[in-house]
Design a protein around this ligand. Sequence first.
Ligand SMILES: O=C(O)[C@H](CCc1ccccc1)CC1(C(=O)N[C@@H](Cc2c[nH]c3ccccc23)C(=O)O)CCCC1
Ligand SMILES: [Ca+2]
Ligand SMILES: [Ca+2]
Ligand SMILES: [Ca+2]
Ligand SMILES: [Zn+2]
Length: 324
Amino acid sequence: HTAEDSIGTGVGVLGDQKTLNTSFDGSAYSLIDNTRGNGIFTYDAANKINERNYFFRLPGSLWVDADNEFTSSYDRAAVDAHYYAGVTYDFYKDVFGRDSFDDNGAPIKSTVHFGRNYNNAAWVGTQMIYGDGDGSNFVELSGGLDVVGHELTHAVTDYSANLIYQDESGAINESMSDVFGTLTEFHEGINPDWDIGEDIYTPGVDNDALRSMSDPTKYDDPDHYSDRYTGTLDSGGVHTNSGIPNKAAYLISEGGAHSGITVTGIGRDKLGQIYYRALTQYLTESSTFSQLRSSLIQSATDLYGANGPEVVDVTAAFDAVGVQ
Ligand SMILES: O=C(O)[C@H](CCc1ccccc1)CC1(C(=O)N[C@@H](Cc2c[nH]c3ccccc23)C(=O)O)CCCC1
Ligand SMILES: [Ca+2]
Ligand SMILES: [Ca+2]
Ligand SMILES: [Ca+2]
Ligand SMILES: [Zn+2]
């Protein structure tokens, strides 16, 4: 008896209702979405197989449910990891024609309830992992669409420019994940913004986030090359120096005045196309901020013509953040 596709109902981390693509094998329902690429699979790291150390097993146990209703509090992290992976898959397919992170339909795997009160998430080279947070600094991190889009974009980057995760190439790697995580959020259109992690960060504090692309300095990240971090923490500050290209990306899309330079703004769609072309056609694993500038100017030229408003805005935005 082969399994059949089914549609379940779930409640996400923020208490929101959503339908899920699941798979019925005759006795139980699994979080397998067979409608996208070669499937989206969601797993549980904490499902007790043995008492020892079951929090850190990967991928863990495929998520199964008896009645195709994923409405318990324990289910919420899995509901959003599964659903938002589908949203991100659709973003890359619909907007860029990319079939999964390898552009060859690779199965997308996520594990939730990773660790104990783990205040982070990651792409671990083969799959995504999501902690539950400690309930004060973070709630389950798969509850943030920009976080899921951020993590899956690390996979896209690995299969394209493969930017080395340190110093300037690492900060570009990080910025690509913030940019496409944010563009995924706008594509879905539910409370989109230019902040990162706002939905899952500090449930007790409103209007804060991990990072801001519109104003990186709000969270002490630099928005100009002269203010870059040059130490060794966080692989050379990959999560802080990302503020410099993040600010440029924000200015390219939305426009604004910064460092005495005014950028008109060409909008999110053109930002996405220019960034995707640079990521997949021009950037290499050792690209610097200066090479990001030239890659984006070349991409804008390819797509929209030399010396057009797109090239003018990309140039002005990188002038504004001090990158030549
Ligand atoms: O994907 C990434 O870049 C981050 C992955 C970090 C990581 C790397 C290697 C092994 C384990 C974890 C995860 C995210 C991140 O930006 N983490 C930052 C901020 C952060 C989250 N939780 C923290 C706890 C303590 C300190 C910093 C943090 C970091 O790890 O720096 C991305 C979106 C939200 C979480
Ligand atoms: Ca159930
Ligand atoms: Ca956001
Ligand atoms: Ca908060
Ligand atoms: Zn990242």
